[in-house]
Design a protein around this ligand. Structure first.
Ligand code: SF4
Length: 332
């Protein structure tokens, strides 16, 4: 079954309608003057996400993960394809038409300190999404709600009157989590939320997110370049390469990956390969990631693939269902 099919995707649970369905989404960026080929940051991505589900999105830096998330949240207007949220087509809604959806779709950013306005107190930061989404009218009501969620993320209500610079990175990320969840969203994009934090803090933030998911029933798109983080959070994992999804599989089955690129990512995880532990930043496959403005013909991974065949250089692979997985590769 191709990934863009309307039916349920392999690995999805239950017959309930998807919270989010993305069909053939494209996000191209045109350079000044418009003569050069566009940068195809996202190029025909399809997947769906159910209420309360987590989809891990993994791939090397620059593969299009964050652009895909920003397109879904309609920070960008997609170049092509379709985004259905709670059954409604939000692909081309205007800013004003998107307003009712904003409180239902939130984002947690990678760098907790720079994502918080240093001139605002934590109370003001947490009030902003309530004001922007017209929730809770009075300042007292907003601060009451902000104080409650601060305690839920493990900070004291005293933090309401303090500024971001007075907190550690882990505490700032707790404020970031509180800001994203204060509107009780249905969908939260977590963009590398623990990658800038110490190892000891990472699991605390991940556990916090999992606790909120149980309470609110929200769905997460959890972006990371680190497959080891995904093992603890993801119901399913989608692997991105050069703006496309090359494999989707249940998180519990990621170690039996089929796509050569996913296999290369797994081999580059230091915990699985202690010899690599000291080689921080080592690319998972030989060679450079190609320019997304002129991707290779055929399978876009073929210049770096150890198992490439002649057909891979000419013909793009179709996406096929293999058991509970979707894989785009001529080997299957
Ligand atoms: Fe490698 Fe060919 Fe599969 Fe692409 S289609 S991942 S080049 S084997």
């Amino acid at each position: 079954m191709p990934a863009s099919s309307e039916g349920p995707f392999p690995g999805e649970s239950g017959p309930s309608p998807a919270l989010l369905r993305v069909n053939g989404l494209k996000q191209y960026f045109y350079r000044k003057g418009g003569r050069a080929a566009p940068v195809k940051a996202v190029d025909g991505v399809s997947f769906s996400l159910h209420h309360g589900e987590t989809l891990g999105l993994v791939g090397e830096s620059g593969c299009g993960k964050s652009t895909l998330a920003r397109s879904i949240l309609r920070i960008y207007t997609p170049t092509g394809g379709q985004i259905l949220f709670e059954g409604g087509d939000i692909t081309r809604l205007s800013r004003r038409e998107m307003r009712p959806y904003r409180k239902k779709m939130q984002m947690i950013f990678q760098d907790p300190l720079s994502s918080l306005d240093p001139r605002m107190t934590v109370g003001e930061i947490l009030s902003e999404p309530l004001i922007g989404n017209r929730i809770d009218k009075s300042r007292a009501e907003r601060f009451l709600r902000a104080g409650e969620i601060l305690e839920q993320v493990g900070l004291s209500r005293d933090a309401l009157g303090r500024y971001p610079k007075e907190f550690s990175g882990g505490q700032c990320q707790r404020v970031g989590v509180a800001r994203a969840l204060i509107t009780r969203p249905r969908l939260v994009v977590c963009d590398e939320p623990v990658s800038s934090l110490d190892l000891s803090i990472r699991s605390q933030i991940v556990n916090l997110l999992l606790d909120f998911q149980k309470e609110l029933g929200c769905a997460y798109i959890f972006i990371t370049h680190d497959l080891s983080v995904l093992r603890s959070v993801s119901g399913r994992v989608a692997v991105m390469y050069l703006g496309r999804i090359v494999e989707i599989c249940p998180g519990a089955e990621i170690s039996a990956a089929l796509h050569p690129y996913t296999q290369a990512l797994l081999e580059a995880v230091p915990a699985r390969n202690p010899r690599l532990a000291r080689q921080k930043g080592r690319p998972p496959a030989a060679g450079e990631v190609p320019d997304p403005a002129s991707p290779p013909e055929g399978c876009c991974f073929h210049p770096r693939c150890r198992r490439a065949m002649p057909v891979c250089e000419k013909t793009p692979p179709e996406t096929r269902a293999i058991g509970s997985r979707l894989v785009s590769c001529h080997l299957y």
